[in-house]
Design a protein around this ligand. Structure first.
Ligand code: AMP
Ligand code: GLY
Length: 434
């Protein structure tokens, strides 16, 4: 089978790496891909993965390319093309593409849509409201004493959520988003949620329109600095599973979220094919959904796909065909840890083009895989080309051992200004001791 993967980050490297292991895959393109993706080879025939210089948001160029090479399966990594309707467009052109259509992608593309959906279908979430005028928004924020999350409705490069601890913060956040349009048109409407306290986890389920197959748990580390300090980022590292939850806990959390979600989709005529990834806060009052994403998490994909034993091509095919009811997901019992190495300054401004050394030495370590996120290859060297540069991923029988292995690989890799958290998985281990 010929496959086309869309996207260029660490998540897409993990997708390509896993797809390249499938005996079904005979040719893989990735648009636009990155330095590490272009190094992968297919297990079935030794062919290299081919990067194609087309951006993930350039739907018309992607469509022409796909019409020319006629892939048997197209796999969409990031949320932007999904929100733009790539699945509807490609399906109309008779192409076979995996991911939610534009209506289903609203779970991520519109926070207003998600908040209303959760409230209508009894999915546990934070007390919240949706607003397009600042006066009523401020009145609601006042009722929460200013302790709230103010969220731009639309996509805002992961920056559209402002956490407020008092009324001053909340008033500024509302003005910034609704009046000053700090996030442009994404801020034409906002969701305000009460501030929840607890432990945040990532859930993923692969869906085929009728069935949602739950993945094991994962936990991301969103803040830039150790001890959950500093700015929010796209994610600085993940672990899977989250060791402080029992299987019974996970089943209960998932029943409370996915059962009403599936029921709600059926009632509203939404056929969701792809990954539903709810960000969940485990509070004293039970699990509450903070947000829905309509794709694999990044860097959740790196730990999940390291642990997944099934052939990914077969699972994606079943997701498109409504066949997940007959699929059993199989996972390694090992723990996996991914540590993100980022450019100095990320998530703020950063410079690019730094030479990365030590990759080969790190790659020789056992049970370790270096996923590239923001890299490119030039004259035989890998250079940094993004904020998140590498996702250094290792697995082992325990979380403690997987952390050691991941950090041992991180120690071998060097580039100017490399920044990474040293405490990925540490809090989870502390929680197990309590
Ligand atoms: P979101 O994009 O909605 O997940 O928000 C980004 C981050 O903001 C989440 O990962 C949480 O850490 C935090 N957050 C969002 N909503 C809330 C909330 N209601 N209470 C506490 N933290 C929140
Ligand atoms: N891990 C955060 C995200 O993918 O949104």
């Amino acid at each position: 089978m010929k496959l086309l993967v869309i996207g260029s980050g660490g998540r897409e490297h993990a997708l390509v790496w896993k797809l390249a292991q499938s005996p079904h895959a005979t040719r893989i393109w990735c648009a636009p891909g990155n330095g590490g993706i272009g190094e992968e080879v297919l297990r079935s025939n030794g062919n290299p993965v081919e990067c194609v210089d087309i951006k993930a948001e350039d739907l018309s160029k992607l469509l022409s390319f796909a019409q020319q090479v006629q892939p048997d399966l197209i796999v969409v990594g990031p949320d932007n093309p999904l929100a733009l309707g790539i699945v509807d467009l490609f399906e109309k052109a008779g192409l076979r593409i995996w991911g939610p259509n534009q209506k289903a992608a609203q779970f991520e593309a519109s926070k207003v849509f998600s908040q209303r959906f959760m409230e209508s279908h009894g999915i546990p979430t934070a007390r919240g409201g949706t607003f397009s005028d600042a006066r009523s928004a401020k009145k609601f924020a006042e009722s929460l004493n200013g302790r709230c999350a103010v969220k731009a409705d639309g996509p805002a490069l992961g920056k559209g959520v402002l956490i407020c601890h008092d009324l001053g913060d909340a008033t500024r956040a509302i003005d910034d988003i609704l009046l000053n349009r700090a996030f442009g048109a994404a801020g034409a409407a906002i969701v305000i949620q009460e501030l929840l306290e607890g432990t945040e986890i990532s859930l993923h389920a692969i869906c085929d329109g009728k069935t949602a197959l739950l993945f094991p748990t994962a936990q991301d580390h969103k803040r830039a600095l150790d001890g959950d300090q500093g700015l929010n980022t796209g994610g600085m590292g993940t672990i899977s599973p989250a060791p402080f939850l029992s299987d019974a806990d996970i089943q209960s959390v998932s029943r409370q979220i996915f059962e009403p979600w599936l029921q709600g989709c059926a009632e509203e005529g939404i056929t969701f094919k792809g990954i539903l990834y709810p960000g969940v806060m485990l509070t004293k009052q039970g699990p509450k959904v903070l947000e829905f994403n309509a794709r694999f998490g990044d860097p959740e994909a790196q730990v999940y796909l390291t642990r997944l034993k099934n052939d990914l091509v077969e699972i994606l095919q079943a997701s498109i065909d409504g066949g997940l009811g007959g699929v059993q997901l199989r996972w390694s019992t090992d723990a996996a840890v991914c540590v993100i190495m980022a450019s100095e300054g990320y998530p703020g401004a950063y410079s690019k083009g730094k030479v990365i050394d030590g990759l080969e030495e790190a790659a020789r370590l056992p049970c370790t895989k270096i996923f590239h996120a923001g890299t490119r290859k030039s004259a035989g060297k890998f250079l940094t080309s993004g904020g998140r540069v590498l996702g250094v991923t290792a697995s082992a029988t325990t979380l403690v051992a997987a952390r050691h292995a991941a950090y041992a690989a991180v120690e071998k890799i060097r580039f100017d200004g490399a920044h990474y958290r040293r405490d990925i998985g540490a809090k989870a281990l502390m929680m197990c001791k309590r």
